[in-house]
Design a protein around this ligand. Structure first.
Ligand SMILES: [Mg+2]
Ligand SMILES: [Zn+2]
Length: 193
């Protein structure tokens, strides 16, 4: 769970909402062991740059493996601590993690493309959605961002362009920015000012 907003924070912060699996780190499917965690290339430097531009980094992730019994909430939080350890080597960090523990059949409000976790982060960190963005590798990330009026950024990793495009077409979604890697996506986002 997040530590809460920094003391004396400005009335509105801008944030980059980042997906976790497939975006910050390779998607290993129901990852439980933090020692297997690795950052995608260039993620640390790109997050440091975004924070230097004044963006909060808020990770929103679906972790239905908790509901399915593949791992526990404690396992997920251990992975998030490990992720920030890896990022610290690049003088970067994720400011807050929010995860949905539910399986899709629960029809909860927090599983992406639901917006519950984004709304919670908005309240807890006084985030101005109109100047914020979402970066993800799946249609559900873009769909959640659209509902909230965020700038939407899709990472289509090389070799997976067709899957990404098919998913977007099925959901009638067209991201504002597309790139073939997380750093390329972030640089394009930051170039917008
Ligand atoms: Mg993903
Ligand atoms: Zn949920």
């Amino acid at each position: 769970m997040p530590e809460g907003p920094p003391g004396g924070s400005a009335p509105s912060n801008r944030a980059v909402f980042v997906d976790r699996d497939g975006t910050l780190n390779p998607d290993l499917h129901y990852l439980k062991d933090p020692t297997l965690l690795d950052l995608n290339r260039g993620v640390g430097d790109a997050l440091r740059l975004a924070r230097n531009h004044g963006f909060l980094i808020v990770c929103v992730t679906n972790q239905s493996g908790i509901d399915r019994g593949f791992y526990t909430a404690e396992d997920v939080e251990r992975i998030h601590r490990r992720l920030n350890e890896l990022l610290a080597a690049h003088r970067a960090r994720v400011d807050a993690f929010y995860y949905c523990p539910h399986a899709p059949e629960r029809h909860c409000a927090c599983r992406k493309p639901g917006t519950g976790l984004f709304e919670q982060a908005r309240r807890e960190w006084q985030i101005d959605l109109a100047t914020s963005a979402v970066v993800g590798d799946r249609a559900m990330d873009i769909e959640a961002g659209r509902k909230l009026g965020l700038l939407t950024v899709m990472v289509r990793p090389r070799g997976h362009e067709l899957e990404a495009d098919t998913e977007l077409a099925e959901h009638h979604l067209s991201p504002d920015i597309q790139a073939d890697s997380f750093p390329a996506a972030m640089y394009r986002l930051l170039a917008r000012g």
